[in-house]
Every structure is written in structure tokens, then in C-alpha cells.
Design a protein around this ligand. Structure first.
Ligand code: IVH
Length: 668
């Protein structure tokens, strides 16, 4: 073949494959069998690798997942990506409508759209070619996730017209993909994602685009950054234009002449949303005319011409079959409701923490009760209330035990705490939980060594303390249930790799009382090595800004213990790194942070950070930490035992995160 013929063949293949891709992923109407697509793709991959001069950024081969990145570059949005204010009931919608009519009169229409529960992204095309994709970030600056977005098949790499345009939409993970992904993660002993939204966000935040490529993400486009010279005069025309360019938009939208029609549309989706293939968390209502949008303008945070109606948290009735007790790493005994499995907000729920006996009394929970279950912030399952009128008389009262369910030592209530604790340092449950903590993501991060495997190793007497993890042999592991050759190899490799972790991970993993992930990092940076920290005096410790007396005492006491000194020697002997390796952490400037300008409320007990640490870190990134939840609150961080603030946040529809999600954002 001469070069000209090659070039033509490559172009033809690219066009054909882009077309097939569009038919399959945007129109949902495939015109050729998968095998035919695969055959042409293979031919193109081969031709492009032989003749790389003809490879273009819009070639369908470019979706497969390119190079692994070091960091995400920052992207300044040319038009800010605003967020919406929320409505939680009919009254809020009527108030919104009244405010609009006061400004523009009665002659206008609304467009209602599904509020897709995913991650807002912006896509930039130059002369019809996809050149850059970014997260929303703080609305002004986002992160460049082009390589990950390229892997989404419904994002066209080349548009039907050579326009230069920035478009906005919601990337998401369809429910079925989410379920399949979690199934695999559970099988591998990895932590499943809490919901499709987290799974989508987690996938797009990976530096290795092959991960996003394997995650089956999708997108709906719902807006244009700046319509410029396109001649578009309304939002609905904009959506039609997006479709014409080759984008996927959501068809379940409706133009409404007045707020009554809007409310009818909203209500029609409350039940119907369960039948969708993806999660939605509400309905977005927008004034259609762009001129009227301009007149209405925006407030500091959000446009006046649009609002997001948030569905109330889904509530489901099920039976509370039993109450189980678990002993945590710090000895706290927690009662957990064992439920008849039910689907709530996207996942099957079969357990919910009941926190402590006071809460069980307060809610009058008995074993055998019909209970209403919902998810706090769509993440943490909880028993909302009991349906007392469904009682048959067979239900049983529950009482907390006086002795530890694992080691039988007497439980104590430390000064002022509601929680009951086992204070036996040799309690097997505490040791097992300590091991689970040691290998967890923010500590030594040993992939493949999740809760299940640790429990197996512990029951089989193969590990007694964290040093034993580094003595595990192939022979010991291969004998375990569901441990094939490949998983054993991967696990041994992950254990080996963790030896190179920087000191702060080890410090955090050791579970020193009051030392969270942040404090561990400070200590590692200040002292540099384990030995220097171990011999630090109380005064040296408190001299550090972020280390208070309580923490200093706890650190000194920890390193004075003979068994701790022995443990560290053993870890050293196995080759576990004892030095701080990281560069001085890069602190983001306020304007780049997710938290900047946001009001955040912390509630409940955090496990890895103290309240104060969380507060300081959020404030360092430009957030305001407030004491109580109100309509002005942007975000609530709910730890264990979160109570009325969490309930209020849910009532107001405020976004709720768990601690893990917070740490993810803080350490980004
Ligand atoms: S419009 C200025 N339409 O909901 C208008 N948003 O705060 C900006 N979302 O960040 C958003 N589906 O991530 C719009 N059909 C839709 C949407 C939608 C989901 C998300 C988006 C945005 C948030 C609203």
C-alpha cells in the first residue's frame, strides 16, 4: 500500500468507527455487530501503530486509555460553572416562580430536566475536535481530566460541525455498571463504592486512564458554556443544537408553561425514577429563554433562572431481624441492626449502625420490629424510626451486654461517654480491627488485604500483630479460602510494596490514640524518622503547632510501651521503611480548593481526624466551619454517632459526606 492509500484507509476507518460508536453509545441504535466493530478497530490500531504520522487526537483508538499522569493540571473555566440553589418542596418551587415573575412578568416558559446524579464536567472542542475536559472544581478552576473523559464512548471526539465550543454535562455510572463493579470489588476484598456517584467521581479522579476506560461511564450534556455567535436564543434550542453536533442529551425533558405543570412533572418522577437505568437526585428547572435568563441574572452562588428540586431521601420499610455487637479498634462496642435486605438509594442494605443503647431506647427499637430505613446523605444507612403499630407482641427488647462479646472482660463507660468500651488490650476483636486499620487506604494501603482476608488470617492464627503481615509466606496464603495463585502473588507484591511507604502511613496505621492521618503527617515531617519521634519528649511534641497536650501524652505513652518498641524492631527487621519520604506537602491556594467559600458543619465522631484537625484543614483550604446546620450550610461531614445535625441536613437536602470522602478531598 502506498502512503496515500494508507492515509485514506486510516481516515475511512476512523470515520466509520466514530459513526458506529455514535450509533451505539449516543443513539442506542447499533448498526453493526460487535465483532465487525472489533475487527475494524483492530485494523485501525495496527495501521496507526505502523504509520503513527496519521494518528489524530480524534481517532477512536485514542479512547483506550493513554499514559498514566503524575497530577491533574488545573483548568480555568472560560465561563464559570455555577451550581444551583435547591428546592425541597412545592412551596420552595412556588417561591422560586414568584421571584421570577416579579422580575420578568408572566410571559415565559420553563424547561424541566432530570437531575443526573454524577459529576459535572466541562468539555472543550476546537474546530469540532475534543481538546480538553475538566471537572467543575470550585466553579472557576477545575482539573484537567481529558484522558479519562476520552474513554467515555458517548463523548464524541469529533463533532458533526467544526465549531469551537465549551459544553457542560453530567458524567455518571449507570446502575448496572455500578453493581457489576462493586461485585468485582467485593470479590477482590476491595471496599465497594457507596453509590454510583462516588464510583463515577472515583473513576474520573484516577491518574491512570485505563481505570476510567474499564468503568463503563456515560454522560448527558445539558448546557453550553457560552452560546456566542451560534444564534441560539433558548435553552431548549441549545439542547437541540447539542444533539445536532453529536452529543448525548437526556430525552426525559419537558417544556412547561407554568409552575403547576412543573410541579406535575416533578411529582411524576418521584416513583418513576426507580425505573431509570441511572440515578437521579432531583429535577432541574430552568427558564427557557436566554434573554430572560440574562435579565434574571445570577447571585454570588447560583443563577436566579434555575433551581434544583431535590427528591426526599428514599425511605423503605423492612424488618429488623437482630442486633449484633461489634467491637471496634478502640474497644467501643457498637450495636448494629441486622436487616431483612432491602434496596435503598441504589444499593442493597442489610446492616445499619445503631450507635449506642441510648439511641435504641430513644427510638424504641425492638428485635423483630418493622423499621423505616433510609440513607443519610444517600450514603450511610440508618434506622429512621419504628412502625410500632405493626407489632405483634413477639418483638424482643434489646439490652447492651455487661461483658465484651469477644473476650468477656467487663465493659466500662469512660467518663461522660455514651459508648461502652472493652478496655482489655489483648481483646482479639480490637487486635483484628487494628490490623484492618493498619492495611486500610489512608494507612499502609495494602490492596487485596481487606477486612475479609485479615479476618481469615487472624482466625487461622497466621497474624497476631501488624509485624506478622510482613512474615506471611506464599504457602500460608495459598491455603486460605478463595486465594488463588494470582491473588496470592498480587497480595505478596502489595505487602512488599507497602514497605516503601513514607513514615506517616506507618504512624497512622499503628493507631496511636488521637493521632489521625493529618497529625501523623505532621509528626513524620517534623521528626523525619521513627526513632526520633519515639524518643521525643512531651515538650518537643507540644512545641509543634498542631500537637496538643492530649496527643503528646498519648504519643509518649505509646512509645514507652515495651511491646511497641519490640513491634517497631520487628517491622524494621522486615524492611519496613521508617523515614519520611514525602516532599513538603503542596498546599493549594484558597481559590483552587473545593472548600473555598463554602460553609461546612462537622457532626458526629470522626475516626481518623479530630474535630479540630478537620476544622483547621478545611479552614486552611478556605472553608468556613460552622456550628449548626441551616439553609446556608453547603456541606455536612457526618462521623459516627451523628445525630440531630445530620437529620436536619437531610431535611434541608444538604450534601452529606462521610469521613473517608472528606479525607479524599483534603488529601487531593
Ligand atoms: S444545570 C447553571 N442541569 O446538578 C446551571 N445541572 O447544582 C448549572 N446536574 O453542578 C447546572 N443534572 O452537576 C443542570 N440537567 C441538569 C443537571 C445538572 C445534574 C448537576 C450539575 C450541577 C448540579 C446543580
Amino acid at each position: 500500500m502506498d502512503l496515500q492509500t494508507v492515509e485514506k484507509r486510516i481516515k475511512d476507518l476512523q470515520n466509520l468507527l466514530n459513526q458506529y460508536n455514535y450509533e451505539y453509545h449516543v443513539l442506542d441504535k447499533p448498526s453493526v455487530p460487535d465483532a465487525e466493530y472489533d475487527r475494524l478497530m483492530l485494523e485501525l490500531v495496527e495501521l496507526e501503530s505502523q504509520f503513527p504520522q496519521f494518528k489524530t487526537p480524534d481517532s477512536p483508538t485514542q479512547r483506550i486509555g493513554g499514559e498514566v499522569l503524575d497530577t491533574f493540571k488545573k483548568v480555568e473555566h472560560r465561563t464559570p460553572m455555577l451550581s444551583l440553589s435547591n428546592a425541597f418542596n412545592e412551596q420552595d418551587l412556588r417561591d422560586f416562580d414568584r421571584r421570577i415573575r416579579q422580575i420578568i412578568g408572566n410571559d415565559f416558559s420553563y424547561v424541566c430536566e432530570l437531575k443526573i446524579d454524577g459529576l459535572a464536567v466541562s468539555l472543550r472542542y476546537e474546530n469540532g475536535i475534543f481538546v480538553q475536559g475538566a471537572t467543575r472544581g470550585d466553579g472557576t478552576t477545575g482539573e484537567d481530566i481529558t484522558a479519562n473523559l476520552r474513554t467515555i464512548r458517548s463523548i464524541p471526539l469529533r463533532l458533526n460541525e467544526p465549531v469551537t465550543i465549551e459544553v457542560r454535562g453530567e458524567a455518571f455510572m449507570p446502575r448496572r455498571s455500578f453493581e457489576a463493579l462493586n461485585k468485582v470489588r467485593k470479590e477482590r476484598g476491595e471496599e465497594p463504592f457507596a453509590n454510583p456517584r462516588n464510583a463515577a467521581a472515583g473513576s474520573l479522579r484516577q491518574l491512570d486512564p485505563r481505570i476510567a476506560a474499564s468503568r463503563n461511564l456515560d454522560i448527558f450534556l445539558y448546557g453550553i458554556g457560552d452560546v456566542g455567535e451560534t444564534g441560539i436564543t433558548s435553552h431548549s434550542e441549545g439542547l437541540d443544537f447539542l444533539e445536532k453536533l453529536g452529543f448525548k442529551t437526556n430525552k426525559e425533558r419537558k417544556t412547561c408553561a407554568n409552575i403547576d405543570e412543573v410541579i406535575e412533572f416533578v411529582n411524576s418522577w418521584v416513583e418513576k425514577r426507580q425505573s431509570l437505568a441511572y440515578d437521579i437526585d432531583g429535577i432541574v428547572i430552568k427558564v427557557d429563554s436566554l434573554e430572560q435568563q440574562r435579565v434574571l441574572g445570577t447571585t454570588a452562588k447560583s443563577p436566579r433562572w434555575a433551581i434544583a428540586y431535590k427528591f426526599p431521601a428514599e425511605e423503605v420499610v423492612t424488618i429488623l431481624k437482630d442486633i449484633e455487637l461489634s467491637v471496634g479498634r478502640t474497644g467501643v462496642v457498637t450495636p448494629t441492626a441486622i436487616l431483612e435486605p432491602v434496596r435503598v438509594a441504589g444499593t442493597v442494605v442489610q446492616r445499619a449502625s445503631l450507635h449506642n443503647e441510648d439511641l435504641i431506647r430513644e427510638k424504641d427499637i425492638k428485635i423483630g420490629d418493622h423499621v423505616v430505613v433510609k440513607k443519610a446523605g444517600d450514603i450511610i444507612p440508618e434506622v429512621a424510626n419504628v412502625l410500632a403499630d405493626k407489632r405483634t407482641g413477639e418483638e424482643k427488647d434489646f439490652h447492651m451486654p455487661t461483658h465484651c462479646p469477644e473476650c468477656e472482660s467487663e465493659l466500662v463507660r469512660l467518663n461522660g461517654e455514651v459508648a461502652l468500651r472493652c478496655i482489655n488490650p489483648k481483646c482479639p476483636a480490637q487486635i483484628r480491627e487494628g490490623l484492618i486499620h493498619f492495611v486500610s487506604r489512608n494507612a499502609m494501603n495494602i490492596e487485596g488485604l481487606g477486612e475479609k482476608v485479615i479476618s481469615q488470617l487472624f482466625s487461622a492464627n497466621l497474624v497476631h500483630d501488624v509485624a506478622d503481615i510482613y512474615k506471611l509466606t506464599r504457602e500460608q496464603l495459598i491455603g486460605l479460602e478463595r486465594m488463588g495463585e494470582k491473588s496470592v502473588n498480587n497480595l505478596l507484591q502489595a505487602i512488599e510494596a507497602s514497605k516503601q511507604n513514607s513514615l506517616e502511613r506507618l504512624l497512622f496505621g499503628l493507631g496511636i490514640r488521637h493521632v489521625g492521618a493529618k497529625a501523623a503527617k505532621t509528626l513524620a515531617m517534623e521528626f523525619g524518622t521513627m526513632d526520633r519521634l519515639a524518643s521525643a519528649s512531651r515538650e518537643e511534641l507540644t512545641a509543634i503547632n498542631e500537637i496538643g497536650e492530649k496527643m503528646a501524652d498519648s504519643i509518649v505513652t505509646f512509645f514507652e510501651m515495651e511491646e511497641v518498641r519490640e513491634l517497631i524492631q520487628e517491622l524494621k527487621a522486615s524492611g519496613v521503611n521508617m523515614e519520611y519520604k514525602g516532599p513538603a506537602p503542596v498546599t493549594r491556594t484558597e481559590s483552587e480548593s473545593f472548600f473555598s467559600g463554602k460553609t461546612i458543619v462537622l457532626t458526629g465522631k470522626l475516626a481518623q481526624l479530630t474535630r479540630n484537625e478537620a476544622k483547621e484543614r478545611i479552614e486552611a483550604l478556605g472553608g468556613n466551619v460552622a456550628g449548626s446546620v441551616s439553609k446556608k450550610t453547603d456541606l455536612v461531614i457526618a462521623g459516627e454517632d451523628a445525630g440531630s445535625k445530620l437529620t436536619k441536613a437531610e431535611e434541608l437536602g444538604i450534601e452529606v459526606w462521610n469521613e473517608e470522602r472528606l479525607l479524599e478531598e483534603l488529601t487531593k
